[in-house]
Ligand binder design. Structure first.
Ligand code: IPM
Ligand code: MG
Length: 400
């Protein structure tokens, strides 16, 4: 062992101590915060962050659809729409900030955000940027705004599939994802985190959802046979929460067999609600979205106790931009995210009248997207010759 490696180990140990203290305190903060879901009195402020790549294309149509749908609420001042400016990959790279301070300020001044995909720089972009790397903006915002519940519905009515995934959104492999250690060229170690309070709150969110939506079953997905501490605790904490919901059946699965279950057409429509740690949730929800018709079709809600962000589950598709076919991007996933946003606005507002209107409009948008999808879904290939974003949006507009 060289002196250099010995020194690296020393500094890794020091860094590990800091991370443990920090995560221990984070758990205490979550516990102390409890679950106060304060209702919003006045105007609900919605920010639109269009993102990069195909983001501006799908956002333009989605915003236009929402403007049509909420024309009355906007006119009455019950809802306000704001554009979030300056949140481009070029600017983020130039400033060396994942989310530039002025962008974060704009975001924090809103109640809910509809967000397009934001590019995470790849190796070539980092090299072109003088080696300066950026953390994923999604991961940064989820942590910064403490958006602990990543809710991702997947439906395939013709097969009787109606799944809702509750992915823990701030912990697991993502909590310290960019802070692993490397010893020379020989050894690298990353860290994974489970906190008691962080697990309890995502479990409650999943079981509360199951209870209030008449779901009979929650499936907990881990790899607790291998990740004995983090996944083991995740599973046992969830099982403890499950005891408070005796009318709901709970089962535990390992993530590998769950990946197989989702392609097993004999049993898959028996699952209802899934409860997963962060990384497994990431992977399994892409698989589930593909079963529904592709990642371009699935929406995603990132919910915290104060803020929430709604987004497509796919990325910014730089390939489509480079090939000059960004206009063929499918807006279905962002529009589905907008449906989820309307429902969350209904949860947030103090006005029961507004809540009722928002829920009705969410239903209208949801069936509008479904009917557009039934008409030209198969043509939304994202390939040359496919149907366009505007064509899809026009069909939605007609039906809402
Ligand atoms: C998602 C995405 C993100 C994640 C990426 C873009 C960081 O895959 O929202 O599922 O890993 O969570
Ligand atoms: Mg993902």
């Amino acid at each position: 062992m060289t002196d250099q490696i010995r020194q690296d180990i020393e500094s890794a140990v020091e860094q590990f101590r800091e991370m443990l203290e920090e995560q221990y305190e984070r758990n205490a903060r979550i516990e102390a915060a409890g679950s106060e879901d304060a209702k919003k009195k006045g105007t609900l402020v919605v920010g639109f962050a269009e993102g990069d790549g195909i983001g501006p294309v799908i956002m333009k149509e989605t915003r236009a659809v929402l403007e049509q749908l909420l024309a009355d609420e906007l006119a009455a001042g019950a809802v306000e729409f704001r554009a979030i400016e300056g949140f481009t990959i070029e600017r983020r790279l130039e400033l060396g900030e994942t989310v530039p301070a002025d962008v974060l300020e704009q975001i924090l001044a809103c109640d809910l955000i509809l967000k397009g995909p934001t590019t995470t720089p790849n190796a070539a972009m980092v090299a072109a940027n003088g080696g300066k790397n950026l953390e994923s903006a999604n991961v940064f915002l989820r942590k910064k705004l403490d958006l602990f519940a990543n809710v991702r519905p997947v439906k395939l009515p013709e097969e009787g599939i109606d799944w809702t995934f509750f992915r823990e959104n701030t912990e697991g492999e993502y909590a310290l994802g960019s802070r692993g250690v490397r010893l020379g060229d020989d050894l690298s170690v990353d860290f994974k985190v489970t906190t008691h309070a962080g697990t309890e709150r995502i479990a409650r969110a999943a079981y509360d959802f199951a209870r209030s939506n008449g779901k009979k079953r929650v499936s907990i997905v881990t790899k607790a046979n291998i990740m004995k501490k983090t996944d083991g605790d995740f599973q046992s904490i969830c099982l403890k929460v499950a005891e408070e919901y005796p009318e709901i059946e709970t089962d535990c699965w390992f993530v590998d067999i769950m990946a197989a279950n989702l392609v097993n057409t004999d049993i898959r429509n028996q699952f209802e609600v899934f409860l997963l740690p962060n990384l497994y949730g990431d992977i399994i929800t892409d698989e589930a979205a593909q079963i529904q018709g592709g990642v371009g079709t699935a929406g995603s809600a990132n919910i915290g106790s104060r803020y929430s962000i709604f987004e497509a589950i796919h990325g910014s598709a730089p390939r489509m931009v480079a090939d000059g076919i960004a206009h063929l991007a499918n807006p279905a996933s962002l529009m589905t995210a907008a449906v989820m946003m309307l429902r969350q606005m209904a949860v947030m507002t103090e006005s029961s009248e507004l809540a009722c209107a928002l829920n009705t409009k969410a239903d209208r948008l949801e069936s509008g997207v479904a009917s557009a999808d039934a008409k030209i879904g198969p043509e939304m290939t994202g390939l040359a010759g496919g149907a366009s974003c505007v064509e899809f949006a026009d069909l939605v507009r007609k039906s809402i």
